[in-house]
Design a protein around this ligand. Structure first.
Ligand code: GLP
Length: 261
């Protein structure tokens, strides 16, 4: 996988927004998979600024969700559908019609998972999938020991992830759902270009295990090593435990600009 070390989160957001802009100029109706959490926000802000300035035309972009809580009432401000509408769809000036995600409020969750995998395939597959990473190495909500071949399905969150995400629920862990729907690792690996952004020292361990450790379901993000075109963008703090950091810096510095990400 390609590892790009940037000075800070803002630079990471700008770099990835540029890659999305380049994709949309090649393929205006590209299907863009978006992640939630705090980490990708600088990407969405940089992309929205490019749309406002006219540098990027995102009017035909299609957006799809990576994961969703199960059981939050429709319209709950912390459902990932609400988050994506607020942080991505509205700032980019898109309509809800250009957006799809799994139905976390479905009575038949299993059917909702199958329907979502089918909808992604029928939409032609995900062109670029943005990912964050959990402190335990999860991508989407694929917690440690998720099958590397998994499809969209229901998962149970670890206690650590519920603690990490309590900040979005008034710091009250009892409000954080136990269950989620997430694209599987196999589903994520079908995207044409997964790009993982990790920032801050708290992610340094997970990043080192993802990039330089063995491929293992215990570190779900390490499955990206199996993808022929995966990119990991990290700030200096998140890169601080990489043994090959100097090599990654030199490689990127020597990369021809026309290659993009
Ligand atoms: C949640 C999301 C992940 C995200 C992770 C990290 O668990 N399901 O997609 O990567 O949080 O969030 P943050 O970027 O806020 O650290």
């Amino acid at each position: 996988m390609e590892v790009v070390i940037v000075p800070d989160a803002k630079a990471g957001g700008e770099l990835i927004a540029e890659a999305i802009g380049a994709l949309l100029s090649r393929k205006p109706d590209a299907l863009l998979g978006v992640a939630t959490g705090s980490t990708p926000l600088p990407i969405y802000q940089a992309l929205a600024a490019k749309v406002r300035s006219g540098a990027v035309d995102a009017s035909r972009a299609r957006i799809c969700q990576l994961d969703e809580y199960v059981g939050l009432p429709a319209g709950h401000p912390e459902s990932y559908r609400s988050v994506v509408l607020r942080e991505v769809i509205e700032p980019l000036g898109l309509s809800e019609a250009s957006f799809m995600g799994p139905d976390g409020a479905a009575e038949d969750v299993r059917a909702a998972c199958l329907a979502y995998d089918k909808a992604l395939a029928e939409a032609g597959g995900v062109d670029l999938q943005l990912l964050g990473i959990g402190t335990d190495g999860h991508i989407g909500f694929n917690e440690p020991c998720s099958s590397l071949a998994s499809r969209t399905r229901i998962k149970t969150l670890t206690e650590q992830t519920r603690i990490d995400n309590a900040r979005f629920f008034d710091n009250d862990i009892t409000q954080v759902p136990h269950h989620v729907i997430t694209q599987g690792i196999g589903t994520i690996l079908e995207s044409r270009h997964p790009i993982l952004l990790a920032t801050g020292e708290g992610k340094a361990d997970a990043v080192a295990r993802t990039v330089e450790g063995p491929v293992a379901s215990f570190v779900p993000a390490s499955a990206l090593q199996l993808h022929p075109h995966a990119t990991v963008v990290v700030d200096e703090a998140a890169a601080s435990k990489l043994k090959l950091a100097d090599y990654f810096r030199a490689t990127y510095a020597a990369k021809p600009a026309w290659q993009g990400l």
